[in-house]
Design a binder for this molecule. Sequence first.
Ligand code: FAD
Length: 422
Amino acid sequence: MSRIFDRRDFLKLSGAAAALAAAGCATTSQKARVVVIGGGFGGATAAKYIRMWDPAIEVVMVERANIFTSCPISNLVLGGSKTMEDIRHSYDGLRRHGVQVVNDEATAVDAEKKLVKLENGGELKYDRLIVSPGIDFMFDQITGYEAAMKTNRVLHAWKAGAQTIELQKQLAAMKDGGVFVLSVPLAPYRCPPGPYERACQVASYFKKTKPRSKVLILDANPDVTSKGPLFKKAWAELYPGMIEFRGNSKAVGVDAQTGTVKLEVEDVRGDVLNVVPPQRAGDIAVKAGLITANNRWCGVDWRTMESAAVKGVHVLGDATLSAPLMPKSGAMANQHAKICASAVVAMINGQAPNPEPKIANTCYSFVSDGEAIHVASVHTWDDKDKTLKTVPGSGGVSSARNAMEAGYAWAWAVNVWQDTLG
Ligand SMILES: Cc1cc2nc3c(=O)[nH]c(=O)nc-3n(C[C@H](O)[C@H](O)[C@H](O)COP(=O)(O)OP(=O)(O)OC[C@H]3O[C@@H](n4cnc5c(N)ncnc54)[C@H](O)[C@@H]3O)c2cc1C
C-alpha cells in the first residue's frame, strides 16, 4: 500500500506517522514500539510473538516484498512436485495479530536517535529494533558473477523467488544429455543441506524428463557438509550415474560466454549454471554497524539476541554469527525469534529475560518427491562460554530415508509457515 500512497499527503505527515499511514495503520499511544526489519522466518515470527505475548506493545514490521516466499520447499519447485504457489504466503495473518506491516525498504538505522529510515522517505522511531534481513551475497568473490547474472547465464536461486522460476525454466529448456552444474560455497552458508537436496530434486526431475542428463556438484568444502552418508546413499541408489560430487572445488570465476565455472585449477563447462556465492549478513546489518565477525556476521547475546555491537538492537536468523554447530536455517531463525520476543517483552515490562534459553532445530531434506531425511539438534545456554551449545546426546540424523519422513517434512513446513505467519 505504501507504493500508492499520495506523495503530497505523505510529505504532510511526520516520517513515522507517514510510513504507518501508508501501511494503513493508525499510530497509537501504546507502551512501546518495536520495529522489525525483515519479514522472513526470524522477523515475522518475532513480530507475531511480541504481539501475542504483550498486545500493548506496538509492532511495526518493514518488509520489501509484499508476499512471503519460502526457501524451504523451493527445491521441490525445481523438482516439479510443488509450485511457487505452494511456497508463497500472505502477511494477512500477521496483520490479524495487530502487526503493522510496512511494505518498504529499510535503508538506514540511526541507533542514537533510535530510528529507521525508509526508502519512500519516511522514518520510524523505535524503542527496540529487531533486524532479521537474512543474507546478501559476496558476488565480488567470484570474478565475472555480476556480469553473468545480468544475462541470466548464471543463477543462485538461494533466495526463493524470481531466480527459482528462472532456474526452473532453464532446467526445462536444457537438452537431454546436458549438465547442470551446482557450485556450493565454503561453509558457513544459508542451509547446509540445501545444495544436496537441490541436487536430488534436479536429478529426480531429470530422471523423469531427460534421463541422459547429469548433475555435477562442485563443492568448495572437502566433503558434503550435512547428512553426507544419507545423501550419498540416495544419489547412488536413486540416481545411479547421474550425480557426480567433487569436493575441494571452489568457484573463483564464471564466464557467461563459454558457460564455464572457473575453479582454482581447471574450468568446468555446464549447460545450466547454478553458482551459489559466499554469503554474509544482509546489507542493512552492514549499514547499521551490526557486523562483528570476519566482515560477515553479527555477534549477539544468545539470551536476548541483542547485538554485541549496538545496544537496543536485536539480530536474528542467518545474519547472526552462528553459535557452535548451529545451522543457518529457517527453523533456527524461527527459534531465535522466540528467544528475542520473550526477552524484548520482558525488558519492556521491566523484567529479567530468561537466563537459560533452550532451542531446537530440525532440517528435513527431500531426496526424491516421496522420501526425506532429517538432522536435528538441541542448543542450550552455556554460562561458562557465554554461548548456546548443543546438548550432548540430543539430536542426530535419520537412520534411513523413507516415505514417513517425507510426511513429517511436509508437516514441518506447513507448521513453520503457520507458526511464523498465521
Ligand atoms: C534452497 C533452500 C532450501 C532451504 N530449506 C530449508 C529447510 O528445509 N529448513 C530450514 O529450516 N531452512 C531452510 N532453508 C534456510 C532458510 O530459508 C533460512 O535459514 C531462513 O530464511 C532464514 O531466515 P531469516 O529471517 O534470517 O531470513 P529470511 O527468511 O531470508 O528473511 C529476510 C527478510 O528480510 C527482508 N529484507 C532484507 N533486508 C531488508 C530491508 N533492508 N528492508 C526491508 N526488508 C528487508 C527480505 O526481503 C526477507 O523477506 C533453505 C534455504 C534455501 C536457500
